[in-house]
Design a protein around this ligand. Structure first.
Ligand code: ZN
Length: 151
């Protein structure tokens, strides 16, 4: 396993509210105002690039991304799921998995682009109100997956 990197926020802390932690990776809720269904799949060990993982690890990482995507689709029926792995600011491998809605402040642009409209606080609150249910579902799907894999 790679050594934790001094000064790396994802080595020094979970990186946000923890939804689930497995042996290889964890899922955290991203604290991004205006985006109530924004999650990150964080590889636990410090690696910068996806290609540093073994083929099996890459498949595990993407399976976790898919599980998060599926739960968000089932529970929230978003207009679109966005997946991204940037790491320009925090070069510790993590995938962004976020549900997008056609009413969100940036749709159809990326969440990192300038806002197109004001935040719809009522709709944001309605999605945020489902968070406990979404997290329960994420936790059970990910735990089931890990158990089946026995990793
Ligand atoms: Zn790190």
């Amino acid at each position: 396993m790679a050594t934790p990197r001094h000064g790396c926020p994802l080595c020094q802390s979970e990186g946000g509210p923890l939804v689930w932690r497995g042996a290889q990776l964890r899922v955290i809720q991203a604290d991004e105002p205006g985006f109530p269904a924004f999650y990150r799949v964080v590889w636990n060990a410090h690696v910068a690039e996806f290609s540093e993982l073994t083929p099996t690890q890459r498949a595990d990482c993407m399976q976790a991304v898919v599980l998060v995507e599926e739960v968000l689709r089932e529970q929230l029926a978003p207009r679109k799921i966005n997946l991204a792995a940037l790491g320009n600011q925090v070069a510790h491998l993590h995938w962004h998995v976020l549900a997008r809605f056609d009413w969100d402040s940036h749709f159809p642009d990326a969440v990192w682009a300038p806002a197109r409209r004001a935040q719809d606080t009522a709709r944001i609150a309605a999605i945020a109100a489902k968070r406990a249910m979404v997290h329960d579902r994420l936790h059970s799907r990910l735990a089931q997956w890990q158990q089946a894999q026995n990793v």
